[in-house]
Design a protein around this ligand. Structure first.
Ligand SMILES: Cc1cc2nc3c(=O)[nH]c(=O)nc-3n(C[C@H](O)[C@H](O)[C@H](O)COP(=O)(O)O)c2cc1C
Length: 220
């Protein structure tokens, strides 16, 4: 086991944070790590907006269904799928923008890239002893977020990420057994027993930590 693996396998989302601010140099490293992640044809279709102002974090907390951790964490990063820079480049080079990114497939590209960038940011943040939790609700209120962030056209806010020093130790949430999610050569459909086995483990975990789950049941 190396240090990267230690960090990755110790992941757990954090929903309670210390007031202690996150050092600027560390935030800089997190953003650099996210930028270094793989991306489609190196067109780099992700932008990140940091919300540090407390009253604005409170606003996003309300916007995302009153999730208190957004107001509590000193930094709320918003990851956007961003085709605005591509639009500018197309304008400059006289290339047709629609031909380059006009297809619906690009929404999938943007979502993939935001996911990869966010996961990389999570790993980077955790390597510094920080805690994080992704916030999917931001996309459900995308229009309000667009206004609040002053986003130009072709930029879509898809995911948020709370970042701060953890004020809780919720433990590692159990995952499916590897045999239920990893196959060689062909998909294996008869995973019922593995799911049932996992349900028991997860139910036990939730019973012991009812506060540590926003949804309460893996089926929802
Ligand atoms: C795309 C995405 C959206 C999420 N949205 C939220 C959210 O809005 N609020 C929240 O508390 N957790 C959110 N989470 C965190 C998940 O609930 C959490 O990662 C999952 O339950 C596994 O727990 P763990 O991260 O502690 O291992 C989100 C995670 C992902 C990947």
């Amino acid at each position: 086991m190396n240090e990267v693996m230690n960090t990755l396998l110790s992941h757990r989302s954090i929903r309670k944070y210390e007031e202690r601010p996150v050092e600027e140099e560390i935030l800089d490293q997190i953003v650099r790590a996210a930028q270094a992640a793989p991306n489609w044809v190196n067109l780099q279709h992700v932008s990140i907006i940091a919300i540090k102002d407390k009253s604005r974090r409170e606003k996003f907390s309300e916007l995302c269904g009153g999730q208190k951790h957004i107001a509590q964490a000193p930094i709320f990063l918003i990851f956007c799928a961003d085709f605005y820079r591509t639009w500018i480049a197309c304008q400059q080079k006289g290339q047709a923008f629609e031909d380059t990114v006009g297809q619906i497939d690009n929404l999938i590209v943007g979502a993939n890239e935001v996911g990869i960038a966010l996961a990389t940011a999570v790993a980077a943040a955790e390597s510094f002893g920080l805690g994080t939790v992704p916030i999917g609700d931001i996309r459900l209120h995308a229009l309000e977020a667009v206004r609040e962030l002053n986003l130009p056209k072709y930029v879509i806010p898809l995911l948020g990420l709370c970042v701060g020093y953890p004020a809780e130790n919720p433990g590692i949430k159990p995952r499916f057994p590897k045999e239920a999610v990893y196959f060689e050569e062909q998909y294996r459909q008869n995973v019922e027993a593995l799911i049932a086995e996992y349900d028991e483990i997860y139910a036990h975990y939730l019973k012991e930590r009812p506060w540590n789950n926003r949804v309460g049941n893996q089926c929802h």
